[in-house]
Design a binder for this molecule. Structure first.
Ligand code: BES
Ligand code: MG
Ligand code: ZN
Length: 497
């Protein structure tokens, strides 16, 4: 599906089969405008159907030869009107209406859609990419099973270079979210650590360097925690690093870390079958890293440095696998007693976070499908947000709210730290199971966040537990059900604004 934007003029070669627009009951500006071009059929239909413009509700009007249509619009076979409600509009209400419009266009088998004067063309472009998305690669070539939409043309009379740029950025962000979704949808027999490394290396731009470290190099660096998880698998682990450094003066250096466990069987602490079914999604954090860096490579912000890390591995049981009771050592020197090999995500993140701390970033944000406890607490709709820094927390909350991704803050009370105590090592990986599980996971990771250069103060760090919302069980305002691509949009909004 291709999204483009234009101004309607006498030169426009209008060839869309469907024209769609949003309007509100008290304004009806666009109804009035288009009614004239379509022989008053819109106002007639509003009346017959008692259409009341409720937010997201829609009216589909099929046209026939009898209708008096302005010749410029003779290709139009149907009109879709979506209500904007009566309340003051914000991004989330607009997103809801735009999503409904695109879903209605798909449901009525629209191929060429023209969208008339949306209030926010960039938001429309992004929403349409997010909502039209589907993963049909492994389905028979059945048109009933695939989206009919070939193109969306947005007509915006306010079009100027700034709007054009915003639409381009929004489209890149939408497509990068879909790129992350594809990686999560793909089964674990396809998405191995090697595959993630190859996908990462396809992302290119002038100021971006992508490096991949093999196990031997990780061993030299002392990444005993990451490598312990990897040792049970026949798939070689890959430590992937993106380094984006613009040539001008850098305002901020942001470090990102994404959990990249391409399949989590639980290891020797094997998961029961039902819990293992969806564990291809355990690399959702790394998929988000690849989506984010894909967007960065196209947008090329000139004042932000980004270091992004994926410590990619499988977690498998085998004769070579790490065992409950093993004591391992991470690259910051801390020793860890492994009491549960299924708490593997924090072990991979430990070395990733310790490693990226040595790059002296201004802040570190990690995102990980870390705990079932977070899913129990917040369900699939929202992710958990935990941090050592109030300012960073607030900034991420604001960024998430603007794009409609839901995150809820959980506390990192000092008192929880008891759960990290081991009788044999500095830390235990899955202390008191069953209580405050999401926070325990976060507190474990925090042990590997380094200090600011030449200071006793820890680098500001935030942890997003996305075990719930990495996969939606139902359609959402910004995503079809299935892989969501969270938190690509939150993080890009944070980086770019
Ligand atoms: N990958 C899982 C967490 C998960 C659960 C992701 C559900 C997506 C959906 C993680 O590695 C895990 O197994 N966590 C354990 C930790 C426990 C052993 C302390 C869990 O949540 O049970
Ligand atoms: Mg696990
Ligand atoms: Zn896991």
């Amino acid at each position: 599906m291709k999204v483009s934007i234009d101004k309607f003029s006498a030169q426009t070669k209008f060839n869309s089969d469907t024209i769609a627009f949003c309007d509100s009951k008290n304004k009806k500006t666009l109804v009035d405008q288009l009614d004239k071009k379509f022989g008053s059929i819109i106002s007639e239909f509003i009346k017959i159907n008692s259409f009341d413009f409720e937010l997201g509700s829609s009216l589909v009007i099929s046209l026939s030869k009898q209708n008096k249509i302005n010749p410029s619009f003779k290709s139009v076979k149907k009109i879709i009107l979506v209500g904007l409600g009566t309340q003051e509009l914000d991004n989330s209400k607009r997103r809801k209406a735009y999503a409904s419009l695109v879903r209605q266009a798909k449901a009525t088998k629209t191929e060429k859609l023209a969208v008339w004067e949306p209030e926010d063309s960039a938001l429309f472009a992004e929403t349409s990419v997010l909502i039209d998305y589907e993963f049909t690669k492994y389905k028979k070539d059945d048109p009933k099973k695939k989206s009919s939409l070939k193109e969306i043309k947005i007509f915006d009379s306010q079009l100027n270079p700034a709007v054009k740029k915003a639409v381009r950025t929004a489209t890149i962000i939408g497509e990068s979210t879909c790129m992350a979704r594809d990686l999560v949808w793909e089964p674990a027999c396809v998405v191995t650590p090697t595959y993630l490394a190859q996908e990462a290396q396809k992302i290119k731009c002038k100021n971006l360097k992508v490096t991949v470290k093999e196990a031997a190099e990780c061993k030299k660096l002392g990444m005993g925690s990451f490598l312990a998880v990897a040792q049970g698998s026949d798939q070689p682990p890959k430590f992937i690093e993106f380094s984006y450094k613009p040539t001008g003066k850098v305002k901020k250096h942001i470090a990102l870390v994404g959990k990249g466990v391409t399949f989590d069987s639980g290891g020797l602490s094997l998961k029961p079958a039902k819990s293992m079914e969806m564990m291809k999604e355990d690399m959702s954090g790394s998929a988000a890293i690849i989506g984010i860096m894909n967007a960065i490579s196209q947008i090329e912000p000139n004042d932000i440095q980004i270091t992004a890390i994926i410590a990619a591995t499988e977690n498998m049981p085998s004769g070579k696998a790490y065992r409950p009771g093993d004591v391992i050592k991470a690259m910051n020197g801390k020793t860890i007693e492994v009491n549960n090999t299924d708490a593997e995500g924090r072990l991979t993140l430990a070395d990733a976070v310790a490693y990226v701390s040595t790059k002296d970033p201004d802040e570190i944000i990690d995102f990980a499908t870390l705990t079932g406890a977070c899913v129990t607490a917040l369900g699939n709709v929202a992710g958990g947000l935990m941090s050592n820094n109030e300012k960073l927390t607030q900034a991420i909350k604001d960024s998430a709210a603007q794009v409609g991704e839901l995150f809820w803050q959980l506390p990192l009370y000092e008192e929880y730290k008891e759960s990290l105590e081991s009788s044999i090592a500095d830390l235990i990986n899955a202390g008191s199971k069953g209580k405050a599980g999401a926070q325990n996971g976060a507190l474990f990771i925090q042990e590997f966040v380094g200090n600011k250069k030449g200071s006793e103060e820890q680098i500001p760090w935030a942890h997003l537990d996305i075990a719930g919302p990495c996969w939606f069980d139902q359609d959402m305002d910004w995503s079809p059900k299935g892989a969501s691509g969270i938190p690509v949009r939150t993080i890009l909004n944070y980086i770019l604004n």
